[in-house]
Design a protein around this ligand. Structure first.
Ligand SMILES: Cc1cc2nc3c(=O)[nH]c(=O)nc-3n(C[C@H](O)[C@H](O)[C@H](O)COP(=O)(O)OP(=O)(O)OC[C@H]3O[C@@H](n4cnc5c(N)ncnc54)[C@H](O)[C@@H]3O)c2cc1C
Length: 345
């Protein structure tokens, strides 16, 4: 499907979900001349996007091969993405680390040229950037219905307001299936994957991520969290439960201590805070990016453990798809049509 952005229509596009993925897409779309409204039932960036560690783990040997191109594109685009946010918001988001020490199965290590950033700093810059643009951000707003029509869709908000849109992009993270089902779309298969994490004060300076297949230690070197490190994360099938359990944090700390023994004790590395977040997971652990078979309906979700990394690339390819252009990378393996996306009118 091809959209000709026409600024006389308000808005061209409604994005459902103001996480990093939805807002990155919105920014890319307005740069291409679209009018965009983003609707979130809660606060923007209150979901997985601020629960994440912030590793831009494009070189993680555990990544599926189908993710390589999107990850490479996103890692390459990151400096320009952060530059755009800074130009709009005046807020610079620094990389916290530039190297990851990856522990391999055979006990050896490799050093990977990878960055990490603080997702809370990213969220502050992104919110301010969005506010500096024409994007209409409706927070704490429930959608009551999405009625498809020949010109696109009419989104009806609780309270009665109706928004006519040429296209709707579903980007509600772990809640995307729920939203699509509630709006009478055939549900696609996105489930929450819970991750618990803790942040500890470091007993000595650390400026590299340490990561094995089971655990990572992600230090903060700049900003308000400097001198601390995140230890994460659990990978749990626990529905929408967000509770944090001491026993799980202890298990994470014990795994981290296998890489850096000084992290074993609360006395040497006291805990500063802990939390849980919900990753959007799909059955094949790959994102869902592209057009549904219902005209004017698009999906961008399922980024699972790599959504911070993959936001800039996702924004580019989704904007291309919405404009009816061939994306600069092959995203056929990520098509919504590989699952039960709507096939009826
Ligand atoms: C513990 C943890 C660690 C992680 N670490 C990393 C990492 O180091 N590197 C990395 O790249 N990725 C990491 N991730 C993954 C990354 O956080 C996610 O892939 C990414 O944030 C997903 O972004 P999103 O915008 O799709 O979802 P979210 O950020 O969850 O946003 C979804 C939005 O949709 C809204 N919404 C829900 N229902 C509705 C509705 N009915 N109507 C309107 N809006 C709705 C929500 O309120 C929310 O704001 C981690 C995730 C977790 C949980």
């Amino acid at each position: 499907m091809s959209l000709r952005f026409d600024s006389t229509r308000t808005p061209d596009i409604v994005v459902i979900g103001a996480g990093l993925i939805g807002l990155a897409i919105a920014l890319e779309l307005i740069d291409r001349g679209a009018q965009v409204t983003v609707v979130d039932r809660g606060q923007s960036l209150g979901g997985a996007s601020t629960a994440a560690a912030g590793m831009l783990a494009a070189a993680d040997p555990g990544n599926p091969p189908e993710l390589q191109e999107l990850s490479r594109l996103s890692a390459e685009r990151y400096p320009a993405f952060l530059g755009r946010l800074e130009a709009l918001s005046g807020i610079a988001v620094p990389f916290q680390t530039n190297t990851t020490v990856q522990y391999l199965e055979d006990g050896s290590t490799v050093r990977l040229a990878e960055h990490s950033l603080d997702p809370r700093q990213l969220a502050a810059a992104l919110r301010a950037a969005v506010n500096a643009t024409s994007i209409r951000l409706l927070e704490h707003t429930q959608i009551a219905a999405a009625d498809q029509n020949s010109g696109g869709a009419t989104i009806r908000l609780n309270g009665g307001t109706a928004i006519n849109a040429q296209a709707v992009v579903y980007a509600a993270g772990a809640w995307t299936s729920e939203v699509m089902a509630a709006l009478d779309n055939d549900p696609i298969s996105v489930t929450p994957c819970k991750g618990q994490m803790l942040r500890v004060r470091l007993p000595f300076p650390l400026d590299e991520v340490h990561r094995s297949e089971r655990i990572y230690i992600c230090p903060r070197t700049r900003g308000p969290q400097a001198g601390t490190a995140l230890i994460g994360a659990t990978v749990e099938n626990a529905g929408f439960d967000m509770s944090v359990h001491g026993v799980d944090l202890d298990a994470l700390r014990a795994l981290a201590a296998k890489l850096i023994p000084e992290l074993a004790s609360e006395a040497e590395a006291p805990m500063v805070e802990s939390w849980a977040g919900l990753r959007p997971a799909t059955p094949d652990k790959l994102p869902i990016l592209g057009a549904c078979s219902r005209p004017g309906q698009f999906i961008a979700t399922g980024h699972y453990r790599n959504g911070i990394l993959q936001a800039p690339g996702t924004a580019l390819v989704m904007a291309d798809v919405l404009e009816g252009k061939a994306p600069c990378i092959d995203i056929s393996a990520l098509s919504p049509l590989r699952f039960a996306c709507s096939v009826t009118g």
